[in-house]
Design a protein around this ligand. Structure first.
Ligand SMILES: Cc1cc2nc3c(=O)[nH]c(=O)nc-3n(C[C@H](O)[C@H](O)[C@H](O)COP(=O)(O)O)c2cc1C
Length: 393
């Protein structure tokens, strides 16, 4: 990048930051103001730059604190961890562990950082993120741009030290999503290294074998490869010097055949070193006929509303195939309390989102939690856990 380009880039980031700062302070969590002013301003900016700005805003605390206090009906326990609410920020937003506190402040019960690769890498050439505004969707082919294990390790360590002084309910839960370098000679070794380096600095770990933008990655969801990977990752986790040891989850794609799903269920339920949960799902490589956005032909993973039903159906399949015994985190196209509730009734104990936050901004977590609270009460449930898998009974 030339000096002139760098200056232009810095000016636009600073300019955008100033608009953002003024907007956020005027809006102060007001849903309508975000929808009608702050978010449309964001949409003038190209999607990757808007993403960087949003991460910086959250990192610097320039986001409104949610005024909604999590009620007991939303408290839940999963994989030995206690969540004040079941809604999390999915992986990919805070790839480099910069914005955890800001995101928790907007009302998420947990934040998953990453995917993080062992060595720093740039990812694919730009442009690599596209808005499909008409579809409330995004196509991305970032390709694991990452600052690498060392930098994320340092950030997580600092945060852990500070968070130790906070009461449990304000600490939030941090997940660490592990990826592999594009040219790494051994994928298994990359994940094992991630467990060793970052395992004691997150509350849970994710083996991401489902991003569509790293060649060969999704093949690791195959029975033999997945079994070997899980065995080594879990064995490494069991040797970590910290207590409690972090639960391990596997993140899967929505584009699996019935046989693939049966294989994954058999492996994750297997005796040879088992995981504690599954994250269902990553982005899809399919392109539903209904898509209208002009970027629908771009290569990459599609997320947001068009992914919602595909992902909920996969949650339901995996719940059935694992006899309701495995913690499932449902993710894909969630933008309302109703969407979250559908994932929970299909079998998800926890729910995550990303794309809807890119469109609706910081008021979204509180809105979803309020709606979910009402839906649970309306159906006579006294907790989220009671509703998990209700569709199967
Ligand atoms: C721009 C972008 C980047 C993403 N990066 C990652 C990633 O690094 N690792 C990962 O496991 N998932 C990643 N995801 C997938 C999300 O975590 C999530 O599984 C998917 O977007 C579906 O949820 P949504 O429809 O609410 O966005 C990314 C998604 C988007 C939109």
């Amino acid at each position: 990048m030339s000096l002139k380009q760098k200056l232009q880039s810095a000016t636009s980031i600073l300019g955008g930051g100033a608009v953002l700062f003024v907007g956020i302070n005027i809006a102060n969590g007001n849903e309508k103001f975000y929808r009608d002013f702050v978010m449309p301003v964001f949409r003038w900016v190209d999607p990757e730059r808007a993403h960087v700005l949003a991460v910086k805003a959250a990192a610097w605390g320039l986001v409104p604190r949610s005024k909604y206090k999590d009620p007991p009906i939303l408290h839940c326990k999963a994989m030995g961890l206690e969540f004040t609410n079941p809604l999390g920020m999915a992986a990919g937003f805070d790839k480099h562990a910069e914005a955890m506190n800001g995101l928790l402040k907007t009302g998420f019960g947990f934040v998953e950082v990453g995917s993080v690769t062992p060595e720093p890498q740039e990812g694919n050439p730009k442009p690599r993120v596209f808005r499909l505004t008409e579809d409330k969707a995004i196509i991305n082919r970032y390709g694991f741009n990452s600052v690498g294990h060392d930098v994320v390790h340092q950030r997580l360590k600092e945060r852990q030290k500070k968070a130790a002084h906070l009461p449990q309910d304000q600490r939030g839960i941090i997940g660490v999503n592990l990826g592999k370098n594009k040219t790494s000679p051994s994928a298994v070794q990359d994940y094992v290294d991630g467990v060793k380096k970052l395992g004691c600095f997150g509350d849970y770990l994710v083996i991401n074998v489902s991003s569509p933008n790293t060649p060969g990655l999704r093949a690791m969801q195959g029975r033999q490869q997945l079994a070997e990977l899980i065995e080594q990752v879990v064995a490494t986790r069991d040797l970590l010097p910290c207590t409690p040891k972090p639960p391990v989850l596997v993140k899967i794609a929505p584009d699996l055949t019935q046989a693939d799903k049966e294989d994954i269920a058999a492996v994750v339920m297997g005796k040879k070193g088992s995981v504690e949960g599954i994250i269902v799902t990553n982005t899809t490589i399919t392109r539903p006929e209904s898509l209208e956005g002009k970027h629908k032909g771009e290569t990459g993973g599609l997320s947001g509303v068009p992914l919602k039903d595909m992902s909920t159906a996969t949650v339901s399949d995996m719940y059935r195939l694992t006899n309701g015994k495995m913690t499932i985190v449902g993710v894909g196209g969630v933008s309302s309390g109703q969407d979250a509730y559908e994932k929970i009734k299909a079998g998800a104990s926890l729910v995550q989102l990303y794309t809807a936050f890119a469109y609706e901004g910081p008021p979204l977590p509180s809105k979803i939690k309020r709606e979910l609270e009402d839906l649970l009460k309306k159906d006579g449930f006294s907790s989220v856990s009671e509703a998990v898998g209700a569709d199967h009974r």
